[in-house]
Design a protein around this ligand. Sequence first.
Ligand SMILES: [Zn+2]
Length: 130
Amino acid sequence: MPVPSGTTRSQRFLLNGYHGQPTAGQVTIHAFDRAQRLQRALGALAKWWGIAVLSVFIPVAHFILVPSFLAYGGWQFFQRLGTVELASDARGTCPDCGAEQVLDLAPRWRTPQPVTCRHCHRGLRLTAPS
Ligand SMILES: [Zn+2]
């Protein structure tokens, strides 16, 4: 089953630190409609439940692995079902230390959201430009 990539757009954001001017960054956002969300959710469920079925053949460990993969598949299913917008490839410059970097964002796109600088480890705030 092909995984739909959704409608992709590029969005600019602002990074606010403790001091200094806020800096700008860019993120790629994949937007999914209802059918695409269901398809992604079913894809995840099929994958993790498939792994759970294969884990049945691993002696002893299957007591832990099978329920874990079943539960994880269910969790992924509902996560993906609720994910309208997915953020990826976020890049920005830290306003505090000036390091340009790839940012780790929450999978679900939302603003504002907290991010952490990889270099100075300070908490930054990502906001949408007004
Ligand atoms: Zn920094």
